[in-house]
Ligand binder design. Structure first.
Ligand code: AFP
Length: 330
């Protein structure tokens, strides 16, 4: 089963569909193939290292950040598929030429985990897709969506030993591995289900002293000798996509809580947390800020940050019980 056929069969289950979302997803897969090819060659073609610029969030950008961003933009130029692109690498939504007639808004982190790129570690691309809504806050992007619940599709690409494309359109989650010999993504992870419990937890412990007490208590319950006795073990790759992919397949949790340096959390809602929350929820897991479901967080700004705990339902439920907070929606 190729990705293209899978997308087409999904489209046929929606009789009113005009096929634009299908082409959009196929273009994302095309961009992923280009990016995978470039990542493989980056050390040889001189594309490793810093670009010399900083992005809107004050982070030093890598040459590959810029390549990844441009690859996505080029994949949608003149397609009339997306009115605009919200990207980690763009200060403002990038309005697309000929985007006036487009039906969709694309939110993307082209290169997640860029610090891994110089050491040949796993990196990713994350995407969330919304129907363009009325209003003209931005001519081609429309007004911002209300929350991540409005996503019509989302997914990620993991560039590791192999390249894996995982997506949902709200009808379950499926994963595809790139067969480089034939240039096609093939279905290798059908109907992905996040186990209800898991023994892996992924977290950067260096800011532990600055977390809210409930977060500290929960992580201590996983990380001390008691946690080890119950089979918990830590994995942290430095790339959200890689850690969430493991969590999806094997269960467990990924956390990035608020700390002094990141009072609202570090990760971005529109192109990191909300897309992954949609995927994980569709696979039976959950994602929370600690006091509300990530998919219900009102979107106020394109580069908005939120604290994130994401993964197995049982683990996230336990985390919520500890934080004594009730979610509005589960
Ligand atoms: P970039 O997308 O800017 O490379 O950031 C990576 C990331 O957002 C996420 O993928 C990692 O899990 C997290 O940051 C790592 O951050 P720390 O280095 O603070 O643990």
């Amino acid at each position: 089963m190729t990705l293209s056929r899978h997308i087409l069969e999904g489209q046929r289950r929606h009789p009113g569909a005009e096929g634009e979302l299908s082409v959009l997803l196929t273009q994302l897969a095309f961009a992923a193939k280009l990016f995978a090819h470039e990542l493989q060659r980056a050390a040889l073609s001189g594309r490793l290292g810093l670009s010399g610029d900083t992005n809107v969030q004050g982070e030093a950008t890598k040459k590959l950040d810029i390549f990844g961003n441009q690859t996505i933009i080029d994949a949608f130029a003149h397609t009339e598929l997306v009115g605009g692109i919200v990207s980690e690498e763009e200060d403002e939504p990038r309005e697309m030429a000929c985007g006036d007639r487009a039906s969709y808004l694309l939110c993307v982190d082209p290169l997640d985990g860029s610090s891994n790129s110089d050491v040949n570690g796993a990196v990713g691309t994350i995407f969330g897709i919304y129907k363009r809504s009325g209003g003209h806050a931005h001519a081609r992007t429309g007004t911002l969506p209300g929350s991540g619940r409005e996503q019509v599709a989302a997914g990620y690409v993991l560039y590791g030993p192999s390249t894996v494309f995982v997506y949902t359109t709200g009808d379950g989650v499926n994963g595809f591995t790139l067969d480089r010999d034939i240039g096609e993504f093939m279905l290798t992870y059908p109907a992905m289900q996040c186990p209800a419990e898991g023994r892996y937890y992924a977290i950067n412990l260096t800011a532990a002293a600055e977390w809210a007490p409930a977060v500290r208590t929960y992580v201590r319950s996983l990380s001390g000798p008691g946690g080890r006795a119950r089979g918990y073990t830590q994995r942290y790759s430095g790339a959200l996509v890689a850690d969430v992919h493991r969590t999806l397949l094997e269960g467990g949790t990924y956390f990035y809580p608020a700390d002094r340096k990141h009072p609202d959390g570090k990760l971005r809602l529109l192109y990191e947390c909300a897309p992954l929350a949609f995927v994980v929820e569709q696979a039976g897991g959950r994602a929370t800020t600690g006091d509300m479901n990530i998919l219900d967080v009102p979107i106020m700004d394109i580069h908005q940050r939120v604290p994130l705990a994401i993964g197995s339902r049982g683990e996230i439920d336990r985390f919520d019980q500890l934080t004594h907070v009730k979610e509005t929606t589960r």
